[in-house]
Unconditional design. Structure first.
Length: 381
């Protein structure tokens, strides 16, 4: 199989890499992290102007018609640069849900705005008790005259503090853990009855807790068929998971590069510590883990846009397990090989490590996906 990038894909990768290198220095990133928005509005706008936010969407809706590998190329370079912008959550995950479930009018009205960076989305799906289970939805949507009233809580909504629209899952029928009965709604975050509490995540991004108290949404705010959203939620989370694996690979590559450079320059007893065999072995283990993660992340990118199937789900679950374990190993070992400086806030490596620790648990940790992989294997027997 030919794993070489096409000329267009190479140009896409080079464009993102150059943009991050030239306009996303570490000091600028830290300034954006400390702002109320939590990321750079200027850099987000640049991503839109260059068409990078339009990559996953079809051309008729202002997109570039790119596939999973194209999305992965963008995500890898954003991960390498520790970019805080909500590409994964707004464009890939929430944008994918809108593209799959939205009516023609909803898609025509909203997706071009997502693609040009004038509208940020956020997927409000997780709840305090859900623990990675998309079907564990206790937020309720009660039918009223002209629409629904939503009541419940959503947790760890990344980018929810700054989103122009929230995609909120709620039960229109059924009980918690039922696949049927979950619906998805477009919700104005400024609507009466909504309260948001923003907080920083471990890796410097911002998320929020959302409480909905009888929030009215019109019938036109429903995405897709009533009570049939679970399949789309699982499918689009798989696409987001593949992009997240690619983003993690970019961050792991940067962490390995910082560590190798440190081993070559840090001296002890008059010699570079990289000459010590024990440390060389640790560095080799990190590179092996990185190569394994890179290979499985490429597989995940290749299957991300395929039709839903058990084979696709197995590949994505396997990718998440291997990437999560590699992320933790590289984060832990890179910090340990650096010593105390590895956790210094002013040193870029510490932020890569925190991001990798976060990646290893978002959208499900390795135990969760290993269990899913085993169940899919049993069902195939």
């Amino acid at each position: 199989m030919d794993f070489k990038l096409s000329e267009e894909q190479q140009m896409l990768q080079d464009t993102v890499a150059r943009l991050v290198r030239d306009h996303y220095g570490f000091e600028a990133r830290e300034h954006s992290r400390d702002s109320e928005l939590g990321y750079s509005a200027d850099f987000w706008r640049q991503l839109g102007e260059l068409g990078l936010l339009a990559v996953p969407f079809e051309e008729a809706l202002g997109g570039l018609g790119g596939g999973g590998v194209d999305v992965a190329l963008v995500a890898t370079e954003l991960g390498r640069g520790l970019c805080l912008e909500p590409f994964l959550h707004s464009v890939v995950f929430a944008g994918g849900l809108l593209a799959q479930l939205g009516s023609e009018r909803q898609r025509q009205d909203l997706l071009p705005r997502v693609a040009d960076a004038s509208l940020q989305l956020a997927a409000a799906l997780e709840e305090p008790q859900s623990h990675y289970q998309l079907l564990d939805v206790r937020t309720r949507a009660e039918a009223v005259s002209g629409g629904w009233q939503l009541s419940g809580r959503k947790s760890v909504v990344v980018g929810g503090h700054s989103a122009g629209l929230l995609l909120v899952s709620a039960r229109t029928c059924g009980e918690a853990l039922d696949e049927q009965g979950i619906s998805l709604f477009l919700v104005d975050p400024e609507a009466p009855g909504i309260s948001r509490r923003a907080f920083p995540t471990m890796d410097g991004r911002k998320a929020c807790e959302i409480v909905l108290d009888k929030v009215f949404v019109a019938r036109a705010a429903l995405l897709g068929a009533e009570g049939e959203a679970h399949g789309a939620l699982a499918y689009q989370q798989g696409r987001a998971l593949a992009a997240q694996c690619a983003e993690a690979v970019g961050s792991m590559e940067a962490a390995c590069a910082y560590t190798l450079d440190y081993l070559k320059t840090r001296k002890q007893f008059g010699t570079a510590i990289g000459s010590f065999q024990a440390l060389q072995h640790r560095m080799v283990d990190m590179r092996i883990a990185l190569d394994q993660a890179s290979a499985i992340a490429l597989l995940a990118a290749c299957v991300a846009d395929e039709p839903d199937s058990a084979e696709r789900s197995r590949a994505l679950a396997a990718a998440k397990v291997i990437v999560s374990r590699a992320a933790r190993l590289i984060a832990d070992d890179s910090v340990q090989l650096h010593g105390g400086i590895g956790l210094t806030w002013e040193y870029q490596l510490s932020h890569h490590a925190k991001h990798l620790w976060m990646v290893a648990r978002q959208f499900g940790d390795d135990d969760h996906h290993l269990q899913a992989f085993c169940e899919l294997m049993e069902s195939a027997v």
